[in-house]
Design a protein around this ligand. Structure first.
Ligand code: AMP
Length: 217
């Protein structure tokens, strides 16, 4: 059966780190709207140009832009057996859009749909964001305090480590506000639908990985 997973949780709750590994192990693509939007900005597409100011403010990019990008991505051949969504949906409106897209793509075919909620207190997250660095070549995520590369500023693969422009304290605070106002209601929304799995997202990458295996079942 087609497997569709949604990873839900506040910024820097560890979704990206776990999704990259899970995506490799399950052979399912990691579909991450933040990365798709950053690629659109780099590519100078009309969507990217419009999205840029919202991302820099820590606000949600208008729904039409994100819906078009995500639909386009989910229609690609590598998503035919399933996918792992990270960063979408981010509001109840987007969750409804996802349902519409799923019906368009999957029709009445049964789908194994689960939402994994990365449950973690907010106080540890701001620090994670400020110390987060990622590899421009392979995408691996580091933390300058807790998960350092072997050599300063260089990924273990040899690529350059960079900091996301929106990973500064001011934008991070705005992103948390956006999360609590717009995205957090999805926890209740998906609980009501009986598809939500709670994941304790505190602890080491390995501990969370083991809990994730149980949650996915
Ligand atoms: P992320 O990489 O998931 O932290 O996303 C970075 C930024 O991209 C967010 O702060 C939003 O401005 C924008 N973004 C990512 N996903 C979405 C989405 N599903 N809807 C609207 N904006 C998004």
């Amino acid at each position: 059966m087609k497997k569709e997973l949604v990873f839900l949780g506040p910024p820097a709750s560890g979704k990206g780190t776990q999704t990259s590994r899970l995506s490799q192990e399950m052979g399912l693509p990691h579909v991450d709207t933040g990365s798709l939007l950053r690629a659109a900005i780099q590519g100078g597409t009309p969507e990217g140009i419009e999205a840029k100011s919202y991302i820099e403010k820590g606000a949600l990019v208008p729904v039409e832009i994100v819906a078009a990008i995500i639909k386009n991505r989910l229609l690609q051949a590598d998503c035919a057996n399933g996918f792992i969504l990270d960063g979408f949906p981010r509001s109840v409106e987007q969750a409804n859009i996802l349902e519409t897209i799923r019906t368009e793509i999957d029709g009445a075919n049964p789908v194994d749909f689960k939402v994994i909620y990365f449950d973690i207190p907010q106080d540890v997250l701001l620090e994670r964001i400020i110390y987060r660095r990622s590899c421009a070549a392979c995408g691996k995520i580091y933390n300058l305090k807790t998960l350092k590369p072997k050599q300063d500023g260089i990924c273990d693969c040899g690529g350059e480590l960079t900091q996301r422009k929106d990973d500064n304290e001011e934008t991070a605070r705005a992103r948390f506000e956006t999360y609590f106002n717009e995205t957090a209601p999805l926890v209740e929304y998906y609980k009501q639908k009986g598809v939500l799995k709670n994941l304790d997202a505190q602890g080491s990458v390995e501990e969370i990985w083991n809990r994730l295996q149980e949650a996915i079942g």
